[in-house]
Design a protein around this ligand. Structure first.
Ligand code: KG4
Ligand code: ZN
Length: 436
């Protein structure tokens, strides 16, 4: 479990301190986010606690949904208690509860939604449902303050690669999306086929630094206007010029297959460490280019005053470096979240939750989770399912366990589990405390 405790600072009494809960995939997370009263920097982070399940799912090569839900049940009470402790507040100071409603794994989402509903009801405070991708977008505002608008924001995670146009704070217009595998999913699958374990992004990122990025000529995954079977573009008609309409949609499954062929083509011989590093570097170069080209083209065409990049893959060192360099070249500021807010966390859900609370959006006690949901201002679209959950295949590979654990320690992404009786006790006491 990682926990960050920002400097304490007491808010004005009329400003809400919100408790946020995120359980959409394999991280159980809770955070306290407070309003500041400053329109340019509307929220302050009070605590940010994440219990990662990566060590559990690594044994299976990907997220196992049933194991994920059960672990959320074990961890959620302790994580919430820790978030309150780190923020230096008690349940009576919580002014609202926000929770990720979707998209995500349905069993995992249910744990957070049921918990948040019970807690909000017991405290008598508003319950705010939050879209996971809105959370990733608002992680940028939580850290940097309001972005110069209009902004083009790329959300790039394990389940999604989506491009949004943000004209007003809190409105997100979908202008591009992954047609097949998301970028993070491609990282995870390529890592798996190279025997590098789960999650794939961090380890490929690290190994790529030692490889040659021009060692292999992998195909640039790009949807073009001329694609014979190209579906209708995601951006609303007329928003982008025809040449760009399809180019804001992403496709990474072909690239993943090209890496698979490359690996299979190296018949018999075991891949050397240098080969693996070269493949990682070449793959990463192509992914980063495929993400940044359409983002910058769309931003230029739409007259954006800033670019944001959020979601787990925004932790990628090359994506950050290349985006910053391009931004400097084109004279457009590029914003990325700090690493602690790139991968899944509840702080971003808290930020989006406060945005919605002030817009008057709350839920009643019939709130249910939505594993996918339309999310655009002016035209319906389907968000792809989170796809990086894979059914366990074969037996867990214990032989790779040590390497994985070393990687985990390097990442520092998880620690002790806190789903124990002590933590759960206080929450149960509180939930049982309301007579009505
Ligand atoms: O946003 P996130 O934590 O969860 C979802 O909403 O899916 O993103 C997780 C994804 C995984 O696919 C993981 O491999 C990828 O983010 N990721 C990275 C890096 N760190 C995490 N991908 C590339 N480079 C990284 N450094
Ligand atoms: Zn995410």
């Amino acid at each position: 479990m990682t926990s960050r405790k920002p400097k304490a600072q007491s808010p004005k009494p009329d400003l809400v301190q919100l408790l946020a809960i995120e359980t959409s995939c394999d991280e159980t997370a809770a955070a306290v986010v407070a309003e500041t009263g400053d329109a340019a920097r509307p929220w302050a982070l009070r605590s940010n606690v994440v219990a990662s399940q990566a060590a559990i799912h690594r044994e299976w090569g990907g997220v196992v949904p049933e194991l994920a839900s059960r672990q959320h049940v074990r961890d959620v009470c302790g994580v919430v208690e820790r978030a309150l402790d780190d923020a230096g507040i008690g349940f009576s100071d919580v002014g609202a509860v926000a929770v990720t409603q979707g998209p995500g794994l349905v069993g995992s989402l249910l744990v957070g939604v049921a918990f948040a509903k019970s807690l909000a009801w017991s405290l008598g405070v508003p319950l705010v449902p939050v879209h996971h991708l809105a959370g990733h977008i608002e992680s940028l505002v939580l850290h940097h303050g309001e972005l110069p608008l209009p902004a083009v924001v790329l959300v790039v995670s394990g389940g999604h690669t989506s491009l949004y146009l943000v004209r007003e704070p809190g409105t997100y217009q979908l202008i591009g999306r992954a047609r097949d595998d998301a970028a993070g999913e491609a990282y995870d699958k390529v890592a798996k086929l190279l025997g590098l374990g789960y999650p794939g992004g961090p380890v490929i990122d690290r190994l790529a630094k030692t490889g040659r990025d021009d060692a292999y000529d992998l195909p640039m995954p790009r949807m073009t206007h001329a694609d014979r079977n190209a579906p209708e573009g995601t951006a609303p008609a007329g928003l982008l010029p025809p040449a760009l309409e399809h180019r804001t949609d992403f496709s990474f499954s072909g690239l993943k297959t090209a890496v698979l062929r490359l690996v299979r083509g190296k018949t018999g011989a075991r891949l050397s460490d240098a080969d693996v590093a070269d493949i990682c570097a070449s793959f990463q170069r192509v992914v980063v280019e495929a993400l940044l080209d359409p983002t910058f083209e769309a931003a230029r065409w739409l007259g954006a005053r800033s670019i944001g990049i959020a979601g787990g893959v925004s932790a990628n060192s090359r994506l950050r470096a290349d985006a910053g360099a391009r931004g400097a070249r084109y004279g457009i500021p590029v914003f990325v979240p700090p690493l602690s807010l790139s991968t899944d966390n509840a702080a971003m859900i808290g930020a989006a939750g406060l945005r919605r609370l002030r817009a008057g959006v709350t839920a009643d006690w019939t709130l249910n989770c939505q594993r996918q949901r339309q999310y655009s201002d002016d035209r319906p679209h389907r968000l792809p399912l989170v796809q990086h959950q894979e059914a366990p295949r074969g037996r867990p590979d214990h032989g790779r366990g040590r390497r994985h654990r070393q990687e985990e320690r390097r990442q520092g992404r998880h620690g002790a589990r806190l789903g124990d009786a002590h933590y759960c006790g206080r929450v149960r006491e509180r939930l049982g405390g309301r007579a009505d």
